[in-house]
Design a protein around this ligand. Structure first.
Ligand code: KG4
Ligand code: ZN
Length: 341
């Protein structure tokens, strides 16, 4: 039975380099505050030690802002949800300890959330005019930290069908962009230039990986050799061909993702596809999914961008769903850097 009293969940996300807090009333988001850590830009990637320190600085103001924007007093909260893992241990510890102390202080339930489940269940945030996928569906989570295809039978019945054996797809974008001299994180910039270029100008090899797993490290190496060779012949090669190089890299990555999705659809017979993670913003993957609707009869779902990248609202929706089932955590719960679905 669903309690008719509104459930207010404060959710905290701190698995990588974004400190985020959100307040939900049932499945609706009242606030979703994200503090992105700029400090990592100068290092060209996330520095774990700096990330946990920044989380410590950000967490109190971010939580305060989330409550203020939602116009909710902490005494009204029904539960605290937090990301238990997977992620960077130092970063996870900040959110975990904060959530545990707050739940203890307020004497309300504590709810632990798997970050990867949250990326998928973000599709169930109640947004005006948003479509919700029907079970069962296939979820593809694509971000700087993860690349997975998951068979989702129900809210808490999920099975990983395939995942990356090395780099995540976001890393493939960012590392390729770095080779082209673009600033970190280069994925969005690579996408921007790709839209102006010819995707078939340069050919990059696609990895041969069994089943529904992915691999992106070979692609990165082949791009490196390609750039080294071409700039050896012409030092201005990148400048003169930037759009075409970006378009060709993006085309290759999208082809790799779509080939595995196609295989997953064939193997499972499921044509409902939901994607999540920061790379869902990519214009190439969005276009490919749109085409698949008309060409293969798929039904595809992409959440609002705010809920694709790392955010606490997605932790909050899982918090709400677990609250309804009474799935609470003990105070002894520990952060888990490796935490499978
Ligand atoms: O989900 P997210 O915010 O954080 C995690 O990594 O968990 O994803 C960030 C990743 C970065 O690698 C970024 O370059 C990539 O998503 N990204 C994109 C685009 N927008 C963000 N990659 C390609 N095209 C984009 N438009
Ligand atoms: Zn993520």
């Amino acid at each position: 039975m669903i309690d008719s009293k509104p459930i207010y969940v404060l959710a905290i996300e701190s698995s990588c380099d974004d400190t985020s807090a959100a307040v939900l009333c049932n499945d609706k988001v009242l606030s979703n505050v994200v503090a992105t850590q700029k400090i990592h830009e100068e290092y060209g990637g996330v520095v774990p030690e700096l990330a946990s320190r920044a989380h410590q600085q950000n967490i109190v103001p971010v939580v305060h802002q989330a409550l203020t924007r939602a116009n909710i007093d902490k005494k009204q909260l029904s539960a605290i949800a937090f990301t238990r893992g997977p992620g960077l241990m130092g970063s996870l510890l900040v959110g975990t300890s904060f959530a545990k102390s707050l739940a203890l202080g307020l004497n309300i339930p504590l709810i632990e959330v798997n970050h990867m489940q949250a990326h998928i269940l973000a599709h169930f945030i109640n947004e005006e005019n948003a479509k919700i996928p029907q079970f069962p569906f296939l979820a593809m989570t694509i971000s700087g930290g993860h690349t997975q295809i998951v068979l989702v039978r129900d809210f808490f019945n999920m099975e990983v069908q395939g995942e990356t054996l090395d780099d995540a797809v976001g890393e493939a974008f960012d590392k390729s962009a770095k080779l082209l001299g673009l600033p970190y994180p280069g994925g969005p910039l690579l996408d921007k230039y790709a839209q102006l270029g010819n995707p078939r100008k340069f050919k990059f090899p696609k990895p041969k990986v069994d089943g529904l797993n992915f691999s992106f490290s070979g692609l990165k190496t082949s791009i490196l050799y390609f750039i080294q060779k071409e700039t050896g012949d012409n030092p201005d090669f990148i400048n003169e061909n930037l759009n075409d190089i970006c378009a060709s890299i993006q085309y290759t990555i999208v082809e790799i993702l779509m080939a595995k999705l196609n295989k997953a659809v064939k193997e499972t017979g499921i044509k409902t596809i939901a994607i999540g993670g920061g790379v869902s913003a990519n214009s190439g993957i969005r276009q490919a999914l749109k085409i698949s609707e008309t060409d293969y009869g798929w039904t595809t779902f992409i959440p609002k961008f705010e809920y694709c990248t790392d955010n606490a609202a997605m932790i909050g929706i899982v918090g709400y769903l677990k609250y309804r089932k009474g799935l609470f955590a003990e105070q002894s719960v520990l952060a888990k850097a490796r935490y499978s679905i």
